[in-house]
Design a binder for this molecule. Sequence first.
Ligand SMILES: C[S@@+](CC[C@H](N)C(=O)[O-])C[C@H]1O[C@@H](n2cnc3c(N)ncnc32)[C@H](O)[C@@H]1O
Length: 454
Amino acid sequence: MQQPFKRHVFVCTQQKPEWAPSCAAVGGEKLLERFRVEVAKAGLQDEVAITGCGCLGVCQRGPNVVVYPDGQWYSEVKADEVAAIVDEHLKGGAPPRRAVDPDAETIRKEAAEHRAKTRGMMEGMARSGALPEALEAMVRGFQPARVVLTAVELDLFETVERGADTAEEAARRLGTDARATEMLMNAVAGLGLLDKRDGKFSNGEWARAFLVAGAPHESRQAILHSAHMWQRWHALTECVKHGTAVSYRPMEDRGDEWTEAFIAAMHKNTRMRAPQVAAALDLKGVRRVLDLGGGSGGYSIAFARANPRLEATVFDLPTVTPLTRKYADATEVGARVKTVAGDLHSDAYGSGYDLVFISAIAHMNSPQENLEMLEKAHAALEKGGRVVVQDFILRDDKTRPVTAALFALNMLVGTRSGSAYSESEYRRWLDEAGFTGVERLPLPGPTGLMTGRK
Ligand SMILES: C[S@@+](CC[C@H](N)C(=O)[O-])C[C@H]1O[C@@H](n2cnc3c(N)ncnc32)[C@H](O)[C@@H]1O
C-alpha cells in the first residue's frame, strides 16, 4: 500500500447558498490556509498532506476538519486553535481534548440526516423547475459587478477612508441621496468590501489594499475601465442584431478620462505578465524591439530590464504616447524606451527591428487587418528577426477558454470588427505573411504567445 504521507488533514471549504449553514461561510478557506502555514512552521509538510474538501455533513458545527488515518473529527475550529492541533496531534500524536467535537455516533446520525435532507431538496428543486444555482448565478451575476463599479465610480471607498463612517455622512460628502447610499453601502458590506459594526462603516481588507488612493495596489483607474466597458456591454443585444458595436467611437475620440483609465488597466495587467513574457522570449541577442500598440510601455519596460543593451520603441496613437512617456520615465529604463505616435493601420512601422511584439492588438482587428499588420511587421524586421503575438487564443471550436470567448464579445461591443481568434487562424496569417517556424510558446495564463521568424 502507498503511504506517501503519515497523516492527511481535510478542511471543509464547502460553499452553500447564503441561507444554508456551511464551512465556507464560517471561515473554512482561511482555516485551510492557517493549517498550511502551521504545518510548514512545524516542518511537517513532507509528512502531513493538507487539502480542502467538500461537505462532511455536519454543517451546523463548521468549520469542520478531519484527520486521517486517525479518523479524528474536529468541529467549530477557530484559527487560533490550529497551532495546538498541529503541535499536539500532528506532531505529538495525541488529539487535544475539545468539548465541542461530536462523538462518532452523533457524526453518523447528523451526516445521515444531512444526506437525506440534501437528496430531498435536490429532488424538490428538480420537480419544481427552479433554476440550478449555477444558472441563477449567471443570470444575476451583473448585480454584484454593478454594485462594486458604482461604489468605485462614486469614490465611496476613498470617502469612507477619509472618515465618513455613516451612510448619512458619506452621502453628504458625495452629494448623493442618503437612503440610497445606505442601501449601496449595506450591499457593499454584504459583499465583504466594507465592514459594518454597530452601524459604522469602515473599509475591508480588499478595499484598503486596492480601492483607496495610495493603496499598495491601487486599482481604481483600472476598475473604472471596467465601468466604461459596462456602458458598451449593456448594448450587447443590439450589437448582436447589428453585427458590430452600435455606439462605436474611435479610440482617439474617447477623451482623456477614458484613455487614462484604459491605459491604467492595461498597465496593471503588464505588471505581473510582462516579466514572465520577457523571461519566456530569451531576449539575449535582441537589440531593437518594436512594441506595436504598446500602450503604457509595460512590456517594453520589462524587455529593457531583461537586457541592458535592448532599446524598445512603443508605437501607439498620439493620444496615448504621452501616457507611455509618463509610465516609462517613471522607471530606471525610461531612456531606452522610445515612443512613436502613429496609426498601425495606415502608417509604416519603420525597419531594422530584431523583434516586433504585438500584444493585445490582434483582437481589435478583423482577420484581413491582422494579415496586413503581420505583413507590415514582417517588412519591419531584420532577416532572422522574430514576431511575437500575445493575445487570447481560442480552441478551434471557439468555445473555450471561456475568458477568450467572452472577450470576443467584448470586442463585438467595443470595436468595428474585432474578435478573439484561434491558434489555426494565427498560424494561417503568420504563414501567409511570410514567417517560418511558426509556433505557440507555452506560457501559463489567460493569454497565449504565437511566434514566427523572418
Ligand atoms: C489592448 S491595448 C494593449 C496595450 C499593450 N500592447 C499591452 O499589451 O499592454 C491596445 C493598444 O493599441 C493601441 N491602438 C489602438 N488602435 C491603434 C491604432 N490604430 N494605431 C496604433 N495603436 C493603436 C491602443 O492605444 C492601446 O494602447
